[in-house]
Design a protein around this ligand. Structure first.
Ligand code: ACO
Length: 430
């Protein structure tokens, strides 16, 4: 394989280094192109741009492969807890027993939020979207740890920030939910594991004991693992972009949460369920909705379908679809929405519009049906995604700031506006 690519420009040949990844991915390094030729590359939406090298997650969209630190998602999702998976992503290897124990202890130890922060929740309107609350609260946490804001932290400080964030994000999420339903906040219980503790804070009420269903714990664990990282997606790139300015981790993650909220990204899981509910309310016939999705004059899209990188199938969606059947069956839930989703998927996958464009169900298509069966309200779906994605964002931020070659992210542009416009004083403007 050639080690350089040749580019003909204005009668000159420019040689550009070729970079090969460990899974054989190929790239042309254009970082010095402008300096040597005056040209930049133009790639709106980063359709074809590698923004970094990374050793965290590999995905092959054509073959439907996803691996965290080299381990396939199919294997991981079946064998580890979300906390083990988080450790793997952040520290690069599966923890041994001592490492896992220490990591878990740290997460337990840091599970409280400052009592003053409870006042913030009370000042939001009860109808506030929990993603608005979560992003603000994650950034607000930084106010309580001024010692953790400096860009160049010691390993110990960095690990302290990481465990605090992983632990507290689920407290913030559960408190946001409690606020929205007007229930008192429920404090974490340290004898519970990560997912159990989250469910306890979400669903326990002082009046009666909370019976935790192991099926729910297993399902949430699986969903969090499947969402834990996805290389350079929109929210992760946002975290890297903000972090590249050496903004602190709280601020970087808060920005990532905001990016995730968008309906084309993590916000799609809420939109999928609302779409399925609308189809159900309309009598269950999905043809009308498929026609709308195909109509170029209609902004409607089939939510939970399509992906920038998966052009065959999304391996996460495959696992979630199977889990969806299992969970609903074990919980004894008969949800007509599941049948609508399956029918819609089957019909879309046979439709030339979706075949030609390689549009398949993505991770968000079936996840909402599981969340709904577990009693998690629709506007909390993207919050669940954010809890899951947190270790991935942290791992990517950590990898970036520990890279001695790290540079502030600063794309170029091609200016297309007016040139040399003469200034007109206000009294002479028409
Ligand atoms: N419904 C109908 N048509 C679609 C859909 C869809 N869900 N997704 C893509 N298309 C069409 C586009 O209109 C376009 O058609 P054209 O070539 O005739 O113009 C073609 O397929 C290519 O789609 P793009 O939007 O150009 O693809 P892109 O890679 O930019 O977008 C995205 C990917 C944003 C995920 C898109 O498929 C979409 O909007 N899906 C619905 C939202 C969704 O489910 N998002 C979650 C993604 S997973 C995640 O982020 C966790």
């Amino acid at each position: 394989m050639a080690t350089t690519a040749k580019l003909e420009l204005d009668g000159k040949t420019v040689e550009l280094p070729i970079v090969i990844g460990s899974e054989g991915e190929k790239a042309i390094d254009i970082s010095k192109l402008r300096a040597s030729t005056g040209f930049v590359t133009l790639d709106s939406g980063y359709m074809n741009t590698g923004a970094c090298t990374s050793a965290i997650t590999f995905l092959d969209g054509e073959k439907g492969i996803l691996k965290y630190r080299g381990i396939s998602i199919e294997e991981l999702s079946d064998k580890v807890s979300f906390i083990e998976c988080s450790y793997l992503l952040i520290y690069g290897h599966l923890p041994n027993q001592t490492e896992l124990k220490n990591f878990r202890e740290g997460i337990k130890y840091h599970s409280l939020i400052h009592e003053d922060m409870k006042n913030f929740f009370n000042t939001y309107p009860s109808h506030a979207h929990p993603m608005a609350i979560l992003s603000s609260m994650v950034c607000s946490l930084s106010a309580y740890y001024p010692e953790l804001l400096k860009p160049d932290q010691t390993e110990e400080e960095k690990n302290g920030t990481i465990t605090r964030l992983i632990s507290k994000v689920r407290v913030l999420a559960a408190f946001a939910y409690k606020r929205s339903v007007g229930h008192p906040f429920v404090y974490p219980k340290n004898e519970l594991d990560y997912v159990q503790n989250f469910l306890h804070m979400m669903f326990a009420v002082p009046a009666e004991p909370y019976q935790m269903d192991p099926v729910a714990v297993k399902a949430i664990n699986l969903l969090l693992i499947l969402h834990a990282d996805h290389e350079q997606n929109c929210s992760t790139s946002t975290v890297r972009m903000v972090g590249s300015a050496k903004a602190n981790l709280f601020a970087s993650l808060s920005a990532g949460i905001c990016a995730l909220w968008g309906p084309l990204h993590g916000g799609a899981n809420q939109e999928v369920l609302e779409m399925l509910e609308a189809i159900h309310a309309d009598g269950g016939g999905y043809k009308k909705f498929l026609d709308k999705a195909k109509d170029k004059n209609d902004p409607f899209k089939l939510m939970g379908f399509g992906h920038r990188v998966y052009k065959n199938f999304d391996p996460r969606a495959k696992i979630i679809k199977k889990a969806c059947d299992d969970v609903l069956q074990k919980l004894g839930v008969n949800d007509p929405i599941l049948e609508i989703a399956k029918g819609l998927e089957e019909t879309a996958l046979k439709d030339p519009y979706f075949i030609e464009r390689k549009l398949y169900p993505n991770v968000d298509f079936y996840s909402g049906i599981i969340y709904r069966a577990l009693g998690i309200p629709t506007n909390m779906f993207t919050v669940m995604f954010a809890i899951g994605r947190l270790p991935g964002w942290i791992a990517q931020w950590k990898e970036m700031i520990e890279d001695p070659q790290m540079k502030i992210c600063r794309p170029r542009q091609i200016y297309t506006g007016q040139t040399n416009v003469k200034f007109v004083p206000i009294e002479k403007r028409s």
